[in-house]
Write a protein that binds this ligand. Sequence first.
Ligand SMILES: O=C[C@H](O)[C@H](O)[C@H](O)COP(=O)(O)O
Length: 228
Amino acid sequence: MKQGGSDAAKQAAGESAAEAVEDGTVVGLGTGSTAAYAIRAIGQAVDAGLDVVGVPTSFQSRQLARDCGIPLADLDDVSVDLAIDGADEVASGNLIKGGGAAHAREKIVDASADRFLVVADPTKEADVLSHPVPVEVLPMARSTVVTAVEELGGDPTLRRAERKDGPVVTDNGNLVLDCDFNSIHDPAALASDLAALPGVVEHGLFVGMADEIHVGTADGVTVRTLSK
Ligand SMILES: O=C[C@H](O)[C@H](O)[C@H](O)COP(=O)(O)O
């Protein structure tokens, strides 16, 4: 997993994207260490009087947003203007997400947003996606999805919990298979194949969804605007 980015780079990316949040914005709040910097920056702006509503993508982002004083709502009540979220890998504007097993809720919130800003550090950038793809599965479908992923050419591994025996259980009560496909030359086709498997709740390929990528370094931020 590519998690080698510096805190300074993550902070620069997160704070850059947070600058896009204006008064009255409904903002999707991503999950992970880079999105957390955006949430903290939005919280500081709320303290200074900015009127925003946040839609969290996980238990973790909800808790951080509450700690930062960001008013929250869910998708039954609001529609998202702008989502800010991290990524485990970025190539040609496509993403692999789910290193924190939050990709199902992230995809719902990020896909619903009018604009989706990705925040990353340079260690996340690649020419071709090759990070294992997290696939959230209903527990009863684990074995059938393992077989189906192998038939698609992948090598699935059940994600194990740390400081708990057994598997990671997502915020939705499901399991995660990290599926290694080596280099993914047609992410749209793989995304469609994975989504079609019975028992797959969501996979971590985010294809053609991002509007901007904010890549932070210790020295500044590069913003790439993508055409969709
Ligand atoms: O499930 C977690 C998310 O998809 C994260 O946005 C992703 O793993 C990137 O996290 P980080 O910014 O901590 O590398």
